[in-house]
Design a protein around this ligand. Structure first.
Ligand SMILES: Nc1nc2c(ncn2[C@@H]2O[C@H](COP(=O)(O)OP(=O)(O)OP(=O)(O)O)[C@@H](O)[C@H]2O)c(=O)[nH]1
Ligand SMILES: [Mg+2]
Length: 365
């Protein structure tokens, strides 16, 4: 048994694999990590396998799995999870695009109690070097889609991550395509996570295997994780759906408060309509804030209640502007006003949820 398994999926990496393995061995030695290196190769026709076999003669903690069917990156990584001889799995590429030097920090954060630790290109301090504009656009699009499922994570499609075996013990992974991390995060069971920034460097040697079909595979993957979460309520994606649902319920309660108060202030307190409406709106915003703070986002916070309440007000106000702006614009374009209003409400709701999720109730652990 080892303390850590570094899984390296490979396909035609004869120019890179030796260096990568030697660097990881070096990192293990310098940091006294009792680690295993597991190369999972899809029967590469070049010299990759011979090189690994050769290195195995002098590196006893180097293992090799050769797969003969169902070729694919994600499948190979999952095969690595199955064959690993430790309870902590770290995945990295063979082409030295990842900053291998942060492996000890990533591992340490797992020992500190995190379930998942991700090397992030998209948080402050991270980055991407030498990427053509096309690759950047595809990556940003993929990241955006992934963040819809997992808003707390800046790089949910990173190929550089480490996690505990327990995260996926009961998850039914259906590996396909490139984005295995999204599958692990979306279907797995985890609470504490950490991201560590690093700079991705484009491969210097060997060729890229990214194809256009990969994009469709990815869209398919996002949809199936969403569907999976509906029936597997321990998954992280489900946690997010629950929040959206609660946020919607709170929104409905706000409408009830608003209507009831407006009626009372107008009919019984005799206030002028606009003043009554102003008070009713303000009370419904406070009502919504209270329940979202207590119920929807019941978690540790990193700001005081007044600051959260203030942000919630600003965002609600912007939401109102969005709602009314759409109502105005769409009816001017000839749309029936009740239909335009529904669109305004839905877009306003999406804005309110996403903005508050990001700004008002940020912390998740
Ligand atoms: N086992 C296996 N490994 C693969 C497969 N496709 C890619 N890999 C490996 O997965 C890692 C990431 O693949 P890359 O081709 O580097 O993907 P990328 O970093 O998005 O793109 P480039 O660096 O531009 O090629 C590398 O170690 C590849 O050798 C595959 O079908 N099977
Ligand atoms: Mg690469």
């Amino acid at each position: 048994m080892y303390d850590l398994t570094v899984i390296i999926p490979t396909y035609k990496e004869q120019d890179n694999i030796r260096n990568t393995i030697l660097r990881i061995v070096n990192i293990f030695n310098r940091n006294h990590i009792n680690g295993e290196i597991l190369v999972v190769d899809d029967n590469s026709p070049d010299g990759t396998i011979a090189i690994v076999r050769d290195l195995q003669k002098m590196i006893k903690n180097l293992n090799l799995t050769i797969r003969l069917e169902d070729k694919g990156l994600s499948q190979s990584v999952v095969c690595g999870f199955e064959n690993a001889q430790s309870n902590i799995f770290l995945v990295t590429d063979a082409d030295e695009s990842h900053e291998l030097n942060i492996i000890p920090d990533m591992y340490k954060e797992i020992l500190n109690g995190n379930d998942v630790v991700i090397g992030s290109r998209y948080m402050e301090g991270g980055g991407i070097k030498d990427w053509p504009i096309k690759r950047r656009i595809i990556s940003i699009g993929a990241t955006f889609l992934g963040r819809l499922l997992l808003p707390d994570i800046t790089d949910p499609v990173s190929g550089f991550f480490v996690f505990r075996r327990s995260v996926i013990e009961n998850a039914q992974l259906r590996p396909k395509g490139y984005k295995i991390l999204l599958e692990v995060l979306g279907k797995g069971k985890w609470n504490r996570f950490k991201e560590i920034p690093y700079e991705f460097v484009d491969r210097q040697k060997g060729s890229s295997k990214l194809k256009i079909g990969t994009i469709f595979e990815y869209a398919h993957q996002v949809i199936s994780i969403t569907l999976y979460s509906f029936t597997h309520h321990e998954s992280a994606a489900w946690r997010e759906w629950t929040r959206i649902f609660k946020f919607g319920m709170v929104g409905l309660s706000g409408i009830v408060v608003n209507m009831a108060l407006l009626y009372y202030l107008k009919e019984f307190a005799g206030l002028p309509l606009m003043l009554a409406s102003f008070i009713a709106i303000e009370m419904s915003i406070i009502n919504n804030f209270y329940w979202n703070d207590k119920w929807t986002f019941n978690q540790k916070r990193d700001t005081g209640i007044l600051s959260r309440c203030y942000k919630f007000h600003l965002i609600s106000f912007a939401g109102l502007v969005i709602n009314m702006g759409l109502l105005y614009g769409l009816t001017n374009m000839g749309m029936y006003y009740l239909v335009a209003n529904i669109i305004g409400i839905l877009v306003g709701f999406a804005w309110n949820f996403v903005a508050n999720r990001r700004l008002t109730w940020r912390k998740n652990d």
